[in-house]
Write a protein that binds this ligand. Structure first.
Ligand SMILES: [Zn+2]
Ligand SMILES: [Zn+2]
Length: 110
């Protein structure tokens, strides 16, 4: 699973990747089957805030408001937490080891 989308056309499914580069410095080269664009993808996720690549993989639940006031968990997404910028979330994750709560809860219509 590449977990990327094409930066040119937004394709998420029709992508193929292969590893290239020197041993120890391999990169993933991704090609888009829709528009033919190809690009090199970093192997490691990067913190959008501080550009650190020393991230920890965690999970977050995606919740959508269903009928009434009940909230139902729809799915789980894999996220990467920065030990510096996401310290609070990371601590929660390490303690509970269950998916984190969504950052934004659906807005109540009341
Ligand atoms: Zn594309
Ligand atoms: Zn960070």
């Amino acid at each position: 699973m590449l977990l990327v989308d094409c930066p040119q056309c937004g394709e998420e499914e029709n992508l193929s990747g292969h590893i290239s580069g020197e041993p120890g410095e391999e990169v993933i080269e991704v090609s888009c089957g829709s528009c033919g664009f190809s690009w090199v993808r970093d192997r490691t996720p990067t913190c959008p805030t501080c550009s650190s690549t020393d991230l920890r993989q965690a999970a977050r639940s995606i919740v959508e408001k269903s009928r009434g006031t009940q909230l139902s968990i729809q799915s789980i997404e894999v996220i990467y937490l920065c030990p510096v910028c996401d310290a609070a979330d990371l601590a929660t994750w390490n303690q509970s080891n269950t998916p984190l709560r969504p950052r934004e809860m659906p807005v109540s219509e009341d």
